[in-house]
Design a protein around this ligand. Structure first.
Ligand SMILES: *[C@@H]1O[C@H](CO)[C@@H](O)[C@H](O)[C@H]1NC(C)=O
Ligand SMILES: *[C@@H]1O[C@H](CO)[C@@H](O)[C@H](O)[C@H]1NC(C)=O
Ligand SMILES: *[C@@H]1O[C@H](CO)[C@@H](O)[C@H](O)[C@H]1NC(C)=O
Ligand SMILES: *[C@@H]1O[C@H](CO)[C@@H](O)[C@H](O)[C@H]1NC(C)=O
Length: 550
């Protein structure tokens, strides 16, 4: 199915190949002070003695490390990331008085239209449903997005990307049924594109050659096995992130010269949760994005917390039982919100019939969608029973309607707002602190990557006020850009984008305070200092995390 799709796109691919080819050679040597002294290249860490160290380095030993842990913990891991650095929390940032209300001709981003994909003419194909096609995020070239599209008077200082892993196999099953088999072999000829064609070979050359301090040592770098185990990144998932990376390379590296003269690995900071799908997603993205991909030189940090909490970022322990507590409360609040469940009940009956199960044996609706969308996203015919009764496109559509409605109800739940604020606090604090370091010239890092999950991305969108409650698609990305002005020193601005759309003017703390299409950093820092935990009625993370009465 993908092959068919890609063949049709070959023409487009060839055209985009031309700009890709030039990619590695287009450095302009900008003379600017190098701030390399504080780089933490090759920061020595205690070498992690994984059990897998003793295995011979044959191809197969790179496959199953580590086992997926989703079944053990609904929130993908316990919050521990000890960091002894006692850095002052949200250190003082000097904000220069406003003098920048000059009129600028703000360059409007080329709002490239995303024409409906005409490949799916067959109306019984679930991918003909826009919502399903959106969720699956079928890789497309050339990739579009308004990243980095600002007036040239603004100078890009740093970029922060929070992303969900790419397309994966499902985490669930229907009782007594097997999920479809999905190939986990990345095929270099999937799309005619030099960067994509060289991916597997490049990954093979770095297999087992991670930075010696890396806690990911010996992990498989990309999908390269006959069959994807449950919750594994698929070849399509890798492709989504290579394409994201190539797009970012065009926008930030080629157009805006984010890395200046020569790229050095200490200009990027990479944080990844301890899941093979987020690690492989990061690899695919960085491969597409970085001017040179040398995994040995990259410091890929493992985070044992899907919210990327570190004690350094939150100024206290990362333990936060309130997050789970408020999640539970929000379930109750949403249930009492009295969604019209007539259609959903009918739907569950129909689905149960196809699988020849009782309604109460069915997995919960999110899980059913996870299983069934995996058929749709991989062009596999929806399942049928022996009597010829099949899951239909309409059933899938009914499920998405229910999920989107329920998602919107969660966004309104007071407890869910607290859950979201506590979940996104560590990450947003980390970004805020890093922006301050950049503005003070205290770091050489220009790009920070957080490779995580839907549960990482969603709360961030929610607290920014730009989350409609839809389940975020595979390989979704939220980007924070930090700029300063060429002409007025010390004036810093941010932009916030979701999947390439500039949403800055809709963000809670930027709304109605925009200057020339950007948002002053002070509004973001003010939000971090004063409002980010406002629903919990305290400004202290540690307090809000322990005190359920708030
Ligand atoms: C559309 O696809 C379905 C199942 O995939 C197939 O049975 C049907 O014949 C197709 N219809 C057309 C018009 O191609
Ligand atoms: C990657 O970096 C390491 C360490 O600097 C170096 O030894 C190696 O040759 C580099 N590999 C490539 C392919 O450039
Ligand atoms: C609930 O939805 C069903 C169909 O989905 C509709 O027929 C019914 O009128 C709705 N009930 C209410 C109270 O809105
Ligand atoms: C918290 O701040 C948001 C805007 O950032 C606002 O919409 C909300 O009402 C505030 N909540 C409380 C409890 O003050």
């Amino acid at each position: 199915m993908y092959r068919v799709l890609f063949l049709r796109r070959r023409a487009v691919c060839i055209v985009s190949a031309i700009w890709i080819l030039t990619m590695l050679f287009t450095y302009v040597f900008v003379t600017e002070e190098s701030q390399r002294s504080e780089g933490k290249r090759f920061r020595q860490q205690v070498r992690f003695k994984a059990k897998t160290d003793s295995l011979p380095l044959a191809e197969d030993t790179f496959q199953d490390i580590p086992p997926h842990k989703d079944s053990q913990d609904p929130d993908y891991g316990i919050p521990v990331e000890v960091n002894n650095a006692n850095k002052k929390f949200l250190e003082e940032f000097v904000i220069v008085p406003d003098t920048d209300e000059l009129k600028l001709t703000s360059k409007k981003g080329n709002q490239e239209k995303n024409p409906r994909d005409s490949t799916f003419e067959n109306s019984s194909d679930p991918l003909s449903l826009p919502r399903i096609a959106e969720y699956c995020n079928i890789p497309k070239l050339p990739h579009t997005g308004q990243e980095g599209e600002v007036a040239s008077v603004y100078k890009l200082k740093s970029v922060y990307t929070v992303m969900r892993h790419g397309d994966r196999t499902t985490l669930y099953t229907f009782p007594r049924h097997r999920n479809p088999t999905i190939s986990c072999r990345f095929k270099s000829n999937m799309v005619a594109h030099p960067k994509i064609n060289a991916f597997a070979q490049t990954m093979d050359s770095f297999t087992g050659k991670q930075n010696t301090g890396s806690l990911f040592l010996n992990w498989a770098l990309y999908p390269n096995r006959a069959v994807c185990d449950s919750s594994f990144l698929t070849p399509v998932g890798a492709l989504q992130h290579i394409i994201n990376g190539v797009h970012f390379n065009q926008k930030y590296v080629q157009n805006l010269k984010l890395f200046k003269e020569v790229f050095s690995p200490d200009q990027v900071k990479i944080k990844v949760t301890e899941y093979s799908r987020t690690y492989q997603s990061a690899m695919a993205f960085l491969y597409g994005f970085l001017p040179t991909f040398n995994l040995t030189e990259l410091n890929v940090q493992l985070t044992r917390n899907i919210f990327f909490c570190s004690e350094k970022a939150v100024g206290s322990s990362c333990e936060c039982p309130s997050i789970q507590h408020f999640k539970k409360l929000s379930n109750r609040e949403v249930m009492s919100a009295k969604l019209n469940l007539t259609r959903q009940k009918h739907l569950r009956k129909e689905i149960a019939e196809v699988f020849e199960l009782n309604v109460d044996q069915l997995p919960f609706n999110y899980a059913m969608f996870d299983i069934l969308s995996s058929y749709a996203c991989h062009g596999i015919k929806l399942p049928c029973n022996n009597k010829g009764k099949c899951i239909t496109k309409d059933m899938l559509s009914g499920l998405t309607e229910y999920l989107d409605k329920s998602g919107a109800a969660y966004e309104k739940s007071p407890s869910f707002k607290k859950h979201n604020q506590l979940s996104s606090y560590p990450l947003l604090m980390d970004i805020g602190n890093h922006m301050i370091s950049v503005a003070h010239g205290k770091t050489n890092e220009k790009f920070v990557l957080y490779s995580g999950h839907d549960k990482t991305v969603s709360p961030v969108l929610s607290v920014l006020g730009i989350n409609p409650g839809k389940w975020v698609k595979y390989a979704t990305r939220v980007v924070f850009e930090l700029y300063n002005r060429h002409d007025v020193k010390d004036h810093y601005y941010i932009r916030i984008l979701h999947d390439g759309k500039d949403l800055t003017s809709q963000v809670n703390f930027c709304k109605e305070k925009m200057s020339n299409g950007l948002c002053k950093i002070k509004h973001f820092l003010q939000f971090l200092k004063e409002d980010i935990l406002n629903e919990t009625r305290t400004k202290q993370f540690s307090k809000a995390c322990k005190d359920f009465t708030r």
